[in-house]
Design a protein around this ligand. Structure first.
Ligand SMILES: *[C@@H]1O[C@H](CO)[C@@H](O)[C@H](O)[C@H]1NC(C)=O
Ligand SMILES: *[C@@H]1O[C@H](CO)[C@@H](O)[C@H](O)[C@H]1NC(C)=O
Ligand SMILES: *[C@@H]1O[C@H](CO)[C@@H](O)[C@H](O)[C@H]1NC(C)=O
Ligand SMILES: *[C@@H]1O[C@H](CO)[C@@H](O)[C@H](O)[C@H]1NC(C)=O
Ligand SMILES: *[C@@H]1O[C@H](CO)[C@@H](O)[C@H](O)[C@H]1NC(C)=O
Ligand SMILES: *[C@@H]1O[C@H](CO)[C@@H](O)[C@H](O)[C@H]1NC(C)=O
Ligand SMILES: *[C@@H]1O[C@H](CO)[C@@H](O)[C@H](O)[C@H]1NC(C)=O
Ligand SMILES: *[C@@H]1O[C@H](CO)[C@@H](O)[C@H](O)[C@H]1NC(C)=O
Ligand SMILES: *[C@@H]1O[C@H](CO)[C@@H](O)[C@H](O)[C@H]1NC(C)=O
Ligand SMILES: *[C@@H]1O[C@H](CO)[C@@H](O)[C@H](O)[C@H]1NC(C)=O
Ligand SMILES: *[C@@H]1O[C@H](CO)[C@@H](O)[C@H](O)[C@H]1NC(C)=O
Ligand SMILES: CC(=O)N[C@H]1CO[C@H](CO)[C@@H](O)[C@@H]1O
Length: 699
């Protein structure tokens, strides 16, 4: 809670600001509204079910069905024409088309960029993707889900009403300013936490968080983190207003309001989902979760879990409301505006419980200046507001009293949500295997950093297969056959090229969906890779991002040609075969010869596994696109770092010094004239910071 006197000052500051700038432009729009009227009791805020009577939210069901019936058939015609090029007659499908979901893994900025490169490669609006035959799959998809870094892409895409990757990442010269990844996520003003620009930035961020706390809702490190993410992935922030309070910087943009976006209203986009994990309340866990910890999802309609132990959903508009047995304390005790899109992305990427080192007051794995900056923001926040658990996302529990015998947090008034990869599942497969969603095809962009060169090695699909087998038999579809362990993922080569899993199910309807696995992998043509960066690298110069997206895009279009470093000109059509294969089965059309040839190459057959030796000449080691400037600036950079590192010799010393510094800085700032945000070398220095090594935590 905010101290009452502080709160008064704060509220009046807010009033002045709101008057000056008008509603909807303040960073304080991050605050939820409390004491709001609740819906009538005839419209319950939660629904509770069991795996046996599991059902979709009626509005989600209607959305997906309408899109399949009215939008997707034309998108198929645009993509595969009459079907003759792949040996089918599309009209023989009589409008029966597969339900396809796209899933994007975690892995911070790497995963967001990897996912974006994949999306560009599957997007019919991209000329070269369209020409290659891969572009079009995006337009026939029904679901789009991300976790952690993948949720940043998801949130960004949907909050901005589905622009092309080109516009979203690099800006369009109008309403979109691009992701601005060259401005470091934690220290956008340069490595010196205390420089004027960083101080303006942290001031705005903490102002948002205090506004939320003033509404009586406990915050944590996830909240400033969520605000930082919003500067990049939501609109309203550009290079000119980055260090000002003249924009809300995405505050007030709500996940439930995605439903109002024009393209969503026209059913032109797939249905979005973000995934997060939970730490059993009171466990204080700082390690990898056991698989039985509840996995949650956030759609623009609902928040909840399909796990058999919970099987309950809450209306997204009212999340933040604490319910007991589904009932609010009184009829005006509802909360709205908690579902900030930034907070959804921040929750899904909240890995702090695994890396906050309380003994040394640091955040492990981040580059030390990023870690110090985040720790500094947390300390400043904790002097202002109360926190329950400062290393997790605190969500008022809408499911208190529900399923007391199976739901582990049934007696808790808050939920502790954490990074969606915390149980080892870095690709959010689970939500797409939910039986009620009845997906036929799942396209997976796996940008995990598992091995020492930050390439995936199958850890995540293996973890999902295991969780489904052990815990989700009653609620989820089965997982298709994949290599038995990580070593086999490596030896078969399926982690270094597109692979289709589960091409030939035994049952009808199929016991598992067909999984199109698109792992982040070395360039097919033997060039040096730029996409296997560390999870904790939270700054990319524009050149690197450009090359990253282009390289991934090129890989998606290429498929692979065994024993060569050439592209497979048929891969686009093979992807068309994969998209249509379950529908073909449903309407009883024989698989075409063309598609069978594709499947012989791309499908994983556990009885006749392929070999990594078919993928010659792949280069595994990252080559940073701008190493020259890195070397040049590194000595300057290490000088800059020293004062900050010194501050961490002891936490007490650091906080004391900080307070003095802030007082001094504040006085100095009051004297300071306007500044030019680009007349400094902080950002460019920060841009040359080394990549962090691989860590198993993903975000
Ligand atoms: C599902 O079944 C449970 C228990 O069998 C029941 O309490 C609940 O009302 C049912 N829900 C729906 C949506 O039918
Ligand atoms: C496809 O099937 C439709 C109806 O079954 C038929 O009218 C059409 O001629 C067929 N197209 C081709 C190219 O065979
Ligand atoms: C920013 O996004 C919000 C929410 O989607 C939207 O209402 C607004 O029009 C967008 N603004 C710009 C400038 O694109
Ligand atoms: C924005 O407002 C907050 C709170 O008053 C302040 O700490 C921060 O420095 C301000 N930022 C700018 C750029 O004025
Ligand atoms: C978790 O931390 C809280 C607060 O520090 C403490 O009261 C509780 O006993 C801890 N729980 C466990 C299981 O260690
Ligand atoms: C959430 O509740 C409001 C008020 O009852 C209702 O209008 C809205 O349709 C609900 N949303 C969903 C997705 O069920
Ligand atoms: C309703 O409940 C809220 C939250 O517990 C509380 O703040 C408010 O005072 C209550 N209102 C009434 C009229 O009891
Ligand atoms: C695969 O990656 C995981 C980290 O996710 C690592 O622990 C494991 O040793 C790797 N397996 C192999 C066979 O390299
Ligand atoms: C297609 O995507 C690639 C990779 O992002 C990009 O270089 C190219 O400019 C895009 N083409 C169009 C027309 O957007
Ligand atoms: C690739 O080379 C291996 C070893 O030389 C050979 O066994 C295999 O048949 C080749 N694959 C294709 C598709 O040519
Ligand atoms: C599917 O078609 C084959 C021949 O094309 C036929 O033998 C079989 O009975 C059909 N199956 C169903 C379920 O209609
Ligand atoms: C097997 C199947 O689902 N067939 C359906 C395909 O679409 C036609 C026309 O909409 C339906 O009549 C079939 O039942």
């Amino acid at each position: 809670m905010v101290h009452p006197r502080r709160r008064a000052v704060f509220v009046s500051l807010f009033a002045i600001f709101a008057r000056a700038n008008g509603v909807g432009t303040a960073v304080t729009d991050y605050a939820p509204a409390t004491n709001q009227p609740c819906p009538l009791s005839s419209e319950p805020l939660i629904r509770v079910f069991t795996p046996a009577n599991q059902s979709l939210n009626a509005a989600e069901d209607a959305y997906v069905r309408t899109r399949l019936a009215n939008v997707i058939p034309a998108a198929y015609t645009d993509w595969v024409g009459d079907g003759s090029a792949i040996g089918y007659n599309l009209s023989n499908f009589r409008g029966n088309f597969s339900r396809i979901g796209i899933t994007v893994s975690g892995g911070g900025y790497r995963a967001a960029q990897y996912g974006a490169g994949v999306v560009a490669g599957l997007d019919a609006r991209n000329d070269s993707s369209k020409a290659a035959g891969t572009g079009g799959l995006l337009q026939v998809s029904s679901y789009f889900i991300g976790l952690s870094g993948g949720s940043w892409l998801t949130g960004s895409l949907f909050a901005n009403d589905w622009p092309t990757m080109e516009e979203l990442i690099f800006g369009n010269g109008a309403d979109l300013s691009g992701w601005l990844l060259d401005l470091d996520l934690a220290i956008p003003g340069g490595v010196d936490v205390f420089n004027v620009m960083n101080q303006y930035f942290y001031g705005s961020i903490i102002w948002s968080v205090m506004a939320k706390a003033a509404a009586g809702i406990d915050t944590s490190l996830t909240d400033p983190w969520a605000r930082m993410i919003s500067y990049h992935f939501l609109n309203q922030t550009d290079r000119n207003n980055f260090f000002t309070n003249s924009s809300a910087h995405g505050a007030g943009q709500l996940w439930s309001q995605i439903l109002l976006n024009p393209l969503f209203q026209q059913h032109m986009v797939p249905f979005p989902v973000i995934q997060a994990d939970s730490r059993p309340v009171g466990s204080n866990l700082t390690t990898l979760l056991s698989p039985d910890s509840i996995v949650y999802e956030m759609t623009p309609m609902e928040f909840g879990s399909w796990d058999p132990n919970l099987s309950a959903m809450m209306n997204m508009t009212y999340v933040g409301t604490h319910l007991n047995n589904g009932v609010p304390p009184n009829e005006t005790a509802c909360v709205t505006g908690f579902d900030q899109t930034g907070f959804m992305m921040g929750t899904s990427a909240s890995l702090f419980n695994q890396i906050l080192d309380r003994a040394h007051n640091t955040l492990q794995n981040f580059d030390s200046s990023d870690g110090n900056a985040l720790f500094y923001v947390l300390q400043r926040q904790l002097t202002e507001v109360r926190s329950r658990a400062d290393d997790v996302a605190n969500w008022p529990n809408p499911f208190q009293g529900i399923k007391p015998t199976t739901f582990e947090d049934s007696s808790s008034d808050y939920l502790e949500l954490i990074d969606g990869s915390s149980n080892g599942e870095n690709v959010p497969f689970g939500q797409l295997f939910v039986k009620a969603r009845a997906l036929d095809v799942i396209v997976c962009a796996d940008g995990s950093a598992d091995d020492n060169n930050n390439w995936p090695n199958g850890t995540s699909p293996l973890a999902s297969q295991d969780r489904i087998k052990k815990l989700l038999q009653s609620s989820h579809q089965q997982f298709p056959p994949i290599p038995g362990n990580e070593a086999q993922f490596i030896s078969t080569g399926v982690r270094q090229r597109p692979t289709f899993f589960g091409c030939d199910p035994q049952q009808s309807p199929a016991e598992y969906p067909l999984v199109v696995y698109l792992p982040n992998s070395p360039p097919f043509n033997g060039k040096d890779p730029v996409s296997n960066t560390g999870t904790f690298q939270i700054q990319y110069d524009l050149l690197h991002t450009r090359q990253f997206i282009d390289q991934v895009h090129a890989n998606v279009l290429a498929g692979f040609k065994p024993n060569t470093t050439e592209a497979d000109p048929s891969f686009g059509k093979c992807l068309q075969c994969a998209a249509l294969d379950r529908a073909r089965r449903t309407v009883n059309i024989t698989r075409s010869t063309f598609c069978q040839t594709c499947f012989d190459q791309y499908c994983f057959d556990p009885n006749n596994p392929p070999s990594a030796s078919e993928l010659p000449g792949r280069r595994l080691v990252l080559v940073n696109p701008s190493p020259g400037r890195l070397a040049q600036l590194s000595s300057f950079f290490s000088r800059e770092k020293v004062p900050i590192i010194l501050g961490f010799i002891g936490a007490a010393l650091f906080i004391a010094g900080l307070t003095l510094f802030l007082v001094w800085r504040k006085r100095r700032l009051q004297r300071q004239q306007m500044y030019d945000p680009y007349d400094n070398n902080g950002a460019s220095i920060a841009s040359e910071r080394r990549n962090t090594g691989p860590g198993h935590e993903q975000m």
